[in-house]
Design a protein around this ligand. Structure first.
Ligand SMILES: Nc1ncnc2c1ncn2[C@@H]1O[C@H](COP(=O)(O)OP(=O)(O)OP(=O)(O)O)[C@@H](O)[C@H]1O
Ligand SMILES: [Mg+2]
Length: 305
């Protein structure tokens, strides 16, 4: 297992869970991800942020086997199995063997199935193995019944943790949007991941739901002891829960560091607001930017071009 410290991570002794090196993904002439390298620590929340179209979801699709990267190496330092090269694994083996789980920017649940059934289906791999690929299941053997009981227990435990136990028997499609987002996280947790990748989990949530999500993410990091990769546009979430932040723009990594470091990074501010917007920067952002550039606040935009 790698003992490398994650660059920019403040806590000493953070172990590297994921190493992404020179990741590049081309679609014809479009370079969606362009030579990106970063690390994510175990027991850390690493946020991947950037404007629309920056390449964030494409990075997740490469990590989780939905795309084969054009170039690059993705190493998961699995706490029990050691280093695994994800870009060389078949996509369907990544959740099963590498234990990398994800949620989707556009929610993907089985809408007609119940909330509980969605979590049982997620554990099909373990159930299929216990069933001896259906024979033991058909015969109702003890081995299969035990595996089934464990799957239901795990599902109910996660429903309780995300506050959906009382809705276990409702169709997933009937849940309010915020509940569906939490159900997706519960489903990902049912495969007992070592790395959880969340694509915009706070999208569409109200402030109360967002605060609860922050608590859930911290609980998963601290109590499950796993790494979380978080794509998020809501800066309140990013600043509140992240241990480390990686910033992408037009497929390239433009900054990384602690939340405070990236928040005051001029290149990050420009990526989000655009050059021409500089004169309208909020006072505290303008002050950060001016300090970064060694100017008194309020002098930006005067003849700076
Ligand atoms: N399968 C694909 N085929 C062609 N182009 C793609 C494909 N997937 C993504 N892209 C392009 O790659 C670029 C990066 O897209 P991506 O979805 O990764 O951005 P993103 O950072 O997740 O944006 P958003 O914040 O809007 O979700 C975009 O220009 C997008 O149109
Ligand atoms: Mg996206």
């Amino acid at each position: 297992m790698s003992k490398t410290a994650v660059p920019g991570a403040s806590a000493a002794g953070v172990q590297t869970l994921l190493t992404v090196e020179h990741l590049t993904m081309r679609f014809g002439g479009l370079v969606a991800v362009d030579d990106i390298s970063f690390e994510a620590g175990n027991r850390q929340i690493t946020a991947v942020i950037g404007p629309n179209g920056a390449g964030k979801t494409t990075v997740f699709n490469c990590l989780t086997g939905f795309y084969k990267p054009s170039v690059g190496r993705i190493t998961l330092n699995h706490p029990r199995h050691g280093p695994m090269l994800l870009e060389r694994m078949e996509g369907f083996r990544i959740p099963q063997q590498a234990q990398v789980a994800r949620t989707f920017q556009n929610i993907r649940l089985f809408g007609a199935m119940s909330v509980l059934e969605n979590l049982i289906v997620a554990q099909h791999n373990e159930l299929m193995q216990a069933s001896g690929f259906t024979i033991a299941g058909l015969l109702g053997l003890a081995r299969y019944r035990d595996a089934e009981r464990r799957a239901v227990d795990r599902a109910r435990r996660w429903l309780e943790r995300v506050g959906l136990l009382d809705r276990a028997d409702l169709p997933a499609a009937g849940l309010p949007y915020g509940d569906q987002r939490r159900l997706e996280i519960a489903r990902a947790m049912c495969i007992s991941p070592v790395l959880l990748c969340l694509d915009e989990p706070a999208a569409g949530l109200n402030p109360h739901e967002t605060a609860a999500l922050n608590g859930l993410l911290r609980m998963i990091r601290d109590e499950e002891g796993i790494g979380i990769l978080l794509i998020e546009h809501d800066m309140n979430v990013v600043m509140d829960v992240s241990d480390h932040v990686v910033v992408l723009d037009y497929g390239k990594k433009i900054a990384e560091g602690s939340p405070a470091q990236v928040r005051s990074d001029p290149s990050v501010i420009r990526a989000y607001l655009g050059e021409e917007e500089d004169e309208d920067l909020p006072t505290e952002v303008a002050a950060d930017l001016a300090a970064e550039q060694g100017q008194p606040a309020g002098t930006r935009g005067n003849g700076a071009g």
